[in-house]
Design a protein around this ligand. Structure first.
Ligand SMILES: Cc1cc2nc3c(=O)[nH]c(=O)nc-3n(C[C@H](O)[C@H](O)[C@H](O)COP(=O)(O)OP(=O)(O)OC[C@H]3O[C@@H](n4cnc5c(N)ncnc54)[C@H](O)[C@@H]3O)c2cc1C
Length: 640
């Protein structure tokens, strides 16, 4: 038996997670390889969304995903530990609870805030670089507003209501923008005049977001100002004290809230490693993203220090770099083990998106290496940002995380803090929809019960599908009357004892064709084409498929009706109701009342069965069991 090889990944950040997933796929069936992912937290944190929790836009757990969920059913062992040192000679990670040996190591420990030796900054600033940081900021700000609302000393109150963000890069701008938006609500909640609140964002550089085009910079500044944030540029923070910041050695701004977002350096562990590391704590790598000193040590994400060919600067410490490097590292680890071709790291970066509050953003997108960047602001920029997030979530936790994200960002977002406003997040109690649900169910049930005897008597007697009429193809709307007449005739001639009543009803409906809902010609053509294909024999009769379809339709009406009345699987039944309504409409036989069937079904999709319905009891039990099913876990096909 061959020796088992151990791949250990340190850090479940953007880079570590994706590398682990890709490696798990590559070595899925290889029993000689073990993959272990170690992190100090049992969850992956979406660092790019930290400001949303820090300023209470989304619930606290919105930016975390449990590692066990991400790797359920995959060949990755998740280990919870804090790694304190790495012995590269012994190929061992020394953790707080135990040591771990490796044959191949992937380092992805990310960054931490850099204070550049600014006096008092580390001791007196809040930082925004972890889930805990975000919570600390949120509760600190809430407490500050609470204290300010009770403070009578004007100077102290002013100090409490002065908020400083240091750093005009994307982290600082996102934090300051979010705070500006949140402060309006806080003022309302704590009965504070918004005029009493002062918010600053400051930087020693002369520009906000200097990597962006000037027009976007201008828009960013205007938006920040609109949210009440004052921008102080060319402002070098020379000292941070417990009670404020000193700018350029002379101007003191009293504040109890100083958020440091001025820069990053390698994580604690990366900075102290016994391999070649830059003074900013990044590991020097070759083009294959291996440490320059140790071939078996690969590096992903922010930890990489690598200057791509033709570039002057190292790869940026951004998510896109983490994602790209994950593919390269996974490929190269596999190639090293299997003896394949190593892939050189050739990243392409597509720009950046920055949100300034939940409703506005700016984005600069680069589509090719030499292409002129495209600039977006407002709705489009936010759309791009959310779209990119969704793509990432689909990769790491599929439907589950995407669903949760959409709920938090669009459907449950409070105070209109979304680029879609509050239009999708207005909520009303489900019980108002119960009468509609029951009535809709009753209507479908009656439709089904009416036709059921006909189907039972002779399933091959087709009365829901008009007989084939050659004039139909290419017929204009004006010619349909003739077509219908023929259809009615065909239907009448098909009348049989058991189907008499149903047939008469269809004929009646068909004779009212003139009043039927109009159907665009291209849809008519598609329907005619598909009916030709499935339902008609060459000699003008009906196929067996037509009988199956008709029976399914009638049984479907009964089932949908019963489910809606009982409030059982209501969402599915409502979707079924929309689909049936849509089919009847597309066939050109929908009376205007079909419109309210469809409109009503949209209203009942969203959980109306969980009020006075069986879903209230059935869903929680089903969810519990469904989440344990292998396929659901592996493909993230569940909601919490
Ligand atoms: C507030 C904020 C906003 C940002 N916005 C953007 C943005 O809009 N766009 C963009 O592209 N980038 C943005 N970034 C940067 C982006 O988040 C990073 O580039 C990215 O997270 C790097 O991924 P990574 O895998 O290298 O490390 P990380 O995602 O930081 O993950 C590192 C992991 O290592 C673990 N770890 C570290 N040390 C140890 C140890 N000793 N033992 C055990 N576990 C350890 C940590 O717990 C963590 O899970 C933002 C960052 C922040 C903080």
């Amino acid at each position: 038996m061959k020796d088992k090889k151990h791949i250990v990944l340190l850090g479940a950040g953007y880079g570590g997670i994706l590398t682990a997933k890709k490696l798990a796929k590559k070595f899925k069936k290889n029993e000689d390889i073990s993959i272990t992912l170690i992190d100090r937290h049992p969850y992956h944190t979406m660092l790019t969304e930290l400001h949303e929790v820090a300023a209470d836009r989304v619930p606290e757990d919105a930016i975390r995903i449990e590692l066990n969920k991400i790797f359920a059913g995959r060949k990755v062992d998740v280990v919870l530990d804090e790694i304190e040192n790495i012995d590269f000679e012994q190929k061992t990670l020394i953790g707080a609870s135990k040591s771990y040996t490796y044959d191949y190591l992937v380092l992805g420990t990310g960054s931490k805030p850099a204070f550049y030796g600014c006096k008092g900054a580390e001791e007196n600033c809040l930082t925004l670089w972890s889930y805990d940081d975000a919570l600390r900021i949120k509760y600190h700000i809430l407490d500050t507003f609470r204290r300010a609302s009770k403070e009578h000393d004007p100077e102290k109150r002013r100090q409490l209501l002065t908020f400083v963000t240091v750093g005009c890069g994307f982290t600082g701008v996102e934090m300051a923008g979010e705070l500006g938006e949140w402060s309006r609500k806080l003022c309302k909640d704590f009965y504070i005049d918004p005029e009493d609140v002062t918010m600053y964002i400051m930087d020693m550089l002369p520009k906000v977001l200097p990597m962006l085009d000037d027009r976007l910079i201008d828009k960013t500044q205007k938006r920040l100002n609109k949210l009440g944030v004052e921008i102080l540029l060319n402002s070098n923070i020379t000292e941070v004290k417990e009670d404020g910041v000193l700018i350029n050695g002379s101007t003191f701004i009293p504040s109890e809230t100083i958020i440091w977002a001025a820069g990053v350096e390698g994580s604690d562990i990366a900075s102290g490693l016994d391999i070649e590391v830059t003074n900013r704590g990044r590991v020097e790598t070759d083009e294959f993203l291996r440490s320059k000193d140790k071939e078996e040590v690969f590096v992903v994400g922010d930890n990489i220090f690598f200057i791509p060919e033709g570039e002057e600067r190292p790869v940026p410490q951004m998510v896109e770099n983490a994602e790209h490097s994950a593919s390269t590292v996974a490929n190269n680890v596999a190639a090293t083990i299997n003896g394949g071709q190593l892939k050189a790291y050739k990243p392409t970066f597509h720009g950046m998106m920055v949100c300034i509050g939940g409703a506005y953003g700016v984005a600069q997108v680069q589509t090719g290496n030499n292409a002129k960047p495209m600039k977006f602001s407002g709705f489009l920029a936010m759309f791009i940002k959310h779209f990119i997030n969704v793509i990432y979530f689909l990769q790491i936790a599929g439907f589950h995380k995407t669903w949760v994200y959409m709920m938090h960002e669009f459907f449950h977002v409070p105070d209109r803090r979304s680029f879609l406003g509050g239009h999708f997040s207005k909520r009303s109690p489900n019980f108002w929809v119960v009468p509609l649900r029951v009535f809709l169910g009753y209507q479908w049930l009656m439709q089904g019960i009416h036709k059921l005897p006909g189907v039972i008597a002779d399933p091959s007697n087709i009365f829901l599908i008009p007989a084939k009429v050659t004039a139909v193809s290419g017929a204009s709307a004006a010619e349909t009357a003739e077509v219908v007449e023929q259809a009615v005739e065909a239907v009448s001639s098909a009348t049989q004892a058991g189907a008499a009543e149903a047939t008469a009803e269809v004929a009646e409906a068909a004779s009212a064709w003139g009043a039927a809902l109009p159907v665009p010609e291209f849809i008519q053509n598609i329907v005619n084409w598909s009916m030709d294909l499935m339902f008609y024999t060459p000699d003008g009769g009906f196929t067996a498929m037509a009988s199956v379809f008709q029976t399914a339709m009638v049984v479907g009406e009964v089932i949908v009706g019963l489910c809606l009345i009982a409030g059982l699987f209501t969402a599915l039944a409502s979707i079924g109701s929309i689909a049936m309504g849509g089919m009847i409409w597309a066939s050109g036989m929908a009376p205007p009342e079909m419109l309210w069937y469809i409109a009503g079904s949209f209203a009942t999709i969203g959980g109306s069965g969980s009020t006075f319905g069986f879903d209230y009891y059935v869903y929680p039990v089903l969810k519990k069991y469904w989440k344990k099913v292998k396929i659901a876990k592996k493909w993230y096909l569940y909601t919490d």
